[in-house]
Design a protein around this ligand. Structure first.
Ligand SMILES: Cc1cc2nc3c(=O)[nH]c(=O)nc-3n(C[C@H](O)[C@H](O)[C@H](O)COP(=O)(O)O)c2cc1C
Length: 194
């Protein structure tokens, strides 16, 4: 027995990182806010997953061009980020809201105002009943120099938006807690496990 409350299978995998995917739909740049994101592996090539409802306008662009960008907005872009998530390209032109740049593909428009962006190639799509799960391979990552420390992305400077579905709010990062692959070392030693 447990005192814990059953929550009717509520998805507890929040917060998640709030991203903006960019693609070209029928020749027009479009941006969509996506928070259902996943890291598929660590290594090269590196794959990312995005769950995108089939009713959205962006899907056609990603499926047609097999190209998209992943933009990581900072806190300062909360209004634009929310806008891309409440307005559809079916009825509104979202192409001119923020300035863009391109990497290799003209079908993966990236947002200059986002401190970090990734250009992706669509590797495969998992066809769920309601959602396309787009799995993209990272072709290149672009970062503003002021969010890079020793060649690595400094997450405290990116100041990303974390999305929580229970509160329906954007949250921000707190302070670091401890070193990963490090905080458990003393316990490992104490328990003398291998
Ligand atoms: C914070 C936030 C997160 C969202 N995350 C997702 C998501 O992960 N998957 C999804 O299909 N829609 C998500 N949406 C909804 C789409 O962004 C929204 O319906 C958008 O207007 C669709 O744009 P489009 O029709 O131009 O493609 C999210 C919206 C917000 C505000």
């Amino acid at each position: 027995m447990t005192d814990k409350l059953p929550l009717d299978r509520a998805n507890a995998l929040y917060p998640s990182l709030t991203t903006i995917l960019g693609t070209k739909v029928d020749g027009k740049n479009n941006f969509i806010t996506i928070a259902h994101v996943g890291i598929m592996n660590h290594g090269t090539p590196q794959y990312l997953s995005f769950g995108v409802h089939k009713s959205h306008y962006s899907n056609k662009g990603i499926l047609d061009t097999k190209s998209f960008s992943v933009n990581i907005p900072g806190k300062d872009l909360v209004a634009e980020t929310d806008y891309f998530g409440i307005v559809t390209g079916k009825t509104s032109d979202k192409s001119g809201i923020l300035d863009i740049f391109y990497g290799e593909s003209k079908n993966a428009p990236m947002l200059k105002a986002c401190p970090v962006t990734m250009e992706c190639r669509l590797d495969r799509t998992l066809d769920f009943d309601t959602h396309d799960i787009f799995i993209g391979e990272i072709l290149e990552t672009y970062a503003d120099p002021d969010v890079v420390t020793d060649g690595k992305i400094d997450i405290s400077r990116v100041d990303p938006l974390l999305f929580d579905i229970a509160s329906l709010k954007y949250w921000s990062l707190g302070a670091p807690v401890a070193g990963a692959w490090n905080a458990g070392k003393a316990l490992k030693k104490k328990l003398k496990s291998g």
